[in-house]
Design a protein around this ligand. Structure first.
Ligand SMILES: Cc1cc2nc3c(=O)[nH]c(=O)nc-3n(C[C@H](O)[C@H](O)[C@H](O)COP(=O)(O)O)c2cc1C
Length: 272
């Protein structure tokens, strides 16, 4: 069968996009007739309003970042609106070197409940959204080599028509609660209401408002928030003038703790 390939991702700071697009490209390279790739970037809110469905002759690579050990809850409605209709899926999660906990099993369960057949799954590491040093510049060349090997295994599975063979992924059901950061005394803290500040470096170029996946930054006055902040850090990492920052003490403590406790390099894991 000649498959069409789809690369779908939510990627506020670009690491999930890099992993998904690399895998799509490598699978396409290894299939006969170098299949065309269709890209669906559902990072921005307007894209998540469009319904999308697939058919049995399509491969859909779907990547999301891990937020609090789970699939980001703001994506659940959209993911559950996708119709698989027997298409093959490859769920990918990208996490910031702490852990992906139940995110991969949750994503795989959602896709299978929507009529996808999962051919393979993977957990990859991306530079942590909160940090400039944790998993810095990942996925890096070593990760991309592993993605290349993963594509080899997927192409082999497809060529041998064994893509219906099931596989398990790590994680627990029922899924564990969302991972909570802790304050200096070890008490869980809720940082959901924290929003980034804007410094005098801001030139009001509006890039932050354009890249916010929640459409929450006001175009008229970019230091104003008109919706929720998911702490994705798109506005912080993409600002050309480093004008956006967090100063909440609990957020900053959590970031420092992550940088200390999870500095040891974790490696990608693939399942098929
Ligand atoms: C709100 C939030 C929660 C996160 N939770 C986790 C986590 O539980 N474990 C982890 O290792 N990384 C966590 N991360 C880091 C992201 O998974 C990581 O930076 C990912 O590469 C971001 O993907 P993107 O570049 O495609 O946006 C979190 C990031 C954010 C913004």
């Amino acid at each position: 069968m000649e498959f069409k390939i789809n690369a779908m991702y939510f990627s506020a700071t670009g690491t999930t996009r890099k992993a998904v697009c690399c895998l799509a490209d490598k699978i396409s390279e290894k299939l006969q007739n170098r299949a065309m790739i269709k890209y669906v970037d559902f990072t921005l809110p307007q894209v998540r309003k469009e319904s999308i469905s697939f058919s049995y002759d399509e491969i859909v690579i779907i990547g999301i970042p891990v937020y609090a050990g789970r699939v980001p809850n703001i994506l659940l409605k959209y993911l559950k609106s996708i119709e698989g209709n027997g298409a093959l899926s490859i769920p990918m999660v990208v996490y910031g070197n702490r852990n992906y906990d139940d995110a991969l099993i949750e994503l795989k369960d959602i896709l299978e409940s929507k009529g996808f057949n999962t051919v393979a799954s993977g957990a990859f590491i991306g530079e942590h959204a909160f940090s400039d040093i944790l998993a810095k510049n990942r996925p890096d060349s070593q990760d991309l080599e592993i993605i290349n090997g993963f594509a080899d295994k997927i192409a082999f599975k497809l060529a041998n028509k064994s893509h219906a063979e099931k596989h398990d992924v790590p994680g627990q059901r029922p899924y564990r609660p969302y991972y909570m950061p802790r304050d200096k005394t070890g008490q869980p803290v809720d940082i959901r209401k924290v929003t980034p500040k804007t410094s005098s470096n801001c030139t009001s170029c509006k890039l932050c408002a354009k890249v916010c996946p929640m459409g929450s930054i006001s175009f008229d006055e970019v230091s104003n928030f008109k919706g929720i902040c998911i702490k994705c850090c798109a506005c912080i990492k993409k600002c050309p003038n480093q004008a956006k920052y967090f100063d909440d003490p609990d957020y900053l403590h959590h970031k420092e703790e992550l940088e200390i406790n999870f500095i040891f390099r974790r490696e990608p894991e693939v399942f098929l």
